[in-house]
Ligand binder design. Structure first.
Ligand code: NAD
Length: 450
């Protein structure tokens, strides 16, 4: 449901007023149910490398309407720029500039995806070209209109365009599931993972546990993972028992009432899974709280609970799961996926949120380190960093601050809980096996960051 300003702007008088005054006019974003086709066509694949040919070939095999030139197309659904073999910045112009004249032909909700490689610090001219793609991508994303997005995939050297992570990330960014993600670059660091055969139920046969699932983003994550075929355990505090039971009924999920900060939380989760005979494939560490105050007025009763819920509980729970694994009688599946909730506040900082930002920056560093522990098990750990998402948490922000916060991004609106859930479902999938220790922002290219 759109916010009040957006509803007004979409009315005839509101639209006229916004045009005259130059006010933000957010476009309606098309999500999974609005745009079921996986790729909006026609899709143009730019680039002359063998990688570009391979990407075009795969899309053709998937049934997409694939072109290799932008000229003469009146409407373009998707553009993929394959820049996997750059050696100097002079190559950027010939590769990118043909697209300039076609920008106005991009359809509403179009997708632009670059596929390039991260700088390695080894070859100055090559690194400059590689960095150039990132600068281009982040800027062009600010210029997209009509709910269109632009994102990049960074393939580590040695990872091919046909690697599961490369294919999976491309599918995700081209789909409507990434509606609120723009201006972001996601690194695929290994060829691990496998390409999903069952595209409509990519998590079939998997068991997922979501903490803080009773409402907001957590409930949306549970619903999305269930829609992707996973069996769910939904966890929340006893005080949210009624909402949790309702969600569990809706999803045929197993409810678990537990405070994640309790000293024995990890042990109780392990015992619960053993009792139910469940093997955990996906763990989503979503439970989180805010206790905002300027640092000058910060007190332990505001600092401690935020750190305890948002990060310390995550460390304790994953330690308990890994310990159980080490002792035999483990409860983790063959390729466990752990996804945690960070925040753009943890990236850029935010006035009044020293406690929250400390916890969320901690989350990002934590998943990076944890991914190293999980890799030998075939597992991954990653995070998503939501920007402004319309939930009960953000409904508590004072009205004027809230209105500014939801507009200061390239899509000029707040995201929905389902947008965060879609990114988590992707990171939980087989296809994302090569994505390790990353934080993916789901923020509409919030104008904060480093
Ligand atoms: P919310 O307050 O609507 O829901 C949080 C849920 O976590 C609630 O159901 C709550 O009962 C549960 N929870 C809190 N403490 C718990 C504990 N000790 N044990 C078990 N469950 C507990 O919040 P939300 O907006 O849905 O946020 C979900 C996550 O996303 C949080 O980690 C939050 O920091 C993060 N996030 C949200 C936004 C946003 O804009 N809403 C932005 C960035 C990050």
């Amino acid at each position: 449901m759109a916010d009040a300003y957006t509803r007004f702007i979409r009315s005839a008088p509101g639209g006229m007023l916004a045009k005259q005054l130059g006010l933000p006019r957010p476009s309606r974003l098309l999500r999974r149910d609005d745009r079921p086709e996986p790729v909006l066509g026609p899709v143009v694949v730019l680039g002359a490398s063998a990688g570009a040919d391979a990407v075009a070939h795969r899309l053709l095999e998937d049934g997409a309407d694939v072109r290799r030139r932008v000229e003469d197309l009146r409407s373009i659904g998707s553009v993929i720029v394959v820049a996997d073999e750059l050696s100097a910045p002079a190559e950027l112009g010939p590769l990118l500039l043909p697209l300039a004249g076609a920008m106005r032909s991009l359809a509403p909700g179009a997708r632009l995806v670059t596929i390039s490689r991260p700088a390695t610090g080894e070859e100055p001219a090559r690194d400059a070209a590689r960095g150039g793609v990132e600068g281009f991508l982040r800027s062009v994303a600010h210029e997209m209109r009509g709910g269109a997005t632009a994102n990049g995939i960074l393939l580590a050297d040695g990872v091919g365009v046909d690697a599961p992570g490369a294919v999976g990330a491309l599918r995700f960014f081209l789909s409507a599931r990434s509606a609120f993600i723009t201006g972001q670059l996601l690194t695929v660091s290994t060829e691990a993972g496998s390409t999903t055969e069952n595209a409509s139920l990519p998590l079939a046969g998997r068991t997922a546990l979501v903490t803080g699932a009773a409402r907001g983003i957590g409930a949306a994550i549970a619903r999305t993972l269930a829609a992707d075929g996973a069996r769910l355990v939904v966890l929340d505090v006893p005080g949210a028992g009624t909402e949790l039971a309702r969600l569990a009924n809706e999803l045929r999920a197993i409810p678990l009432q537990l405070d994640v900060t309790s000293a024995d939380a990890g042990r109780r989760v392990v015992e619960f899974l053993r009792e139910k005979g469940l093997t955990l494939d996906v763990l989503v560490l979503n439970a989180g709280i805010t206790r905002d105050k300027l640092f000058a007025n910060m007190t332990p009763d505001r600092w401690d609970p935020v750190l305890a819920v948002n990060i310390t509980s995550q460390i304790a729970l994953t330690e308990a799961l890994l310990e159980a694994q080490g002792e035999g009688g483990g409860v983790l599946g063959a390729q466990p996926r752990i996804v945690s909730l960070a925040s753009t506040s943890g990236i850029a900082g935010n006035r009044g949120q020293t406690n929250y930002a400390a916890s969320k920056a901690g989350v990002m560093a934590f998943v990076d380190a944890l991914s190293g522990r999980l890799a030998p098990l075939g597992g991954t750990a990653n995070a998503v960093a939501p920007g402004f998402i319309e939930t009960e948490m953000t409904a508590k922000i004072p009205p004027l601050t809230r209105e500014v916060a939801r507009r200061v991004n390239s899509l000029q609106q707040g995201g929905l809980p389902v947008d965060v859930a879609e990114a988590i479902a992707f990171l939980a999938s087989d296809e994302a096996g090569g994505v390790q220790g990353e934080t993916l922002r789901v923020c509409g290219q919030n104008m904060v960051g480093k």
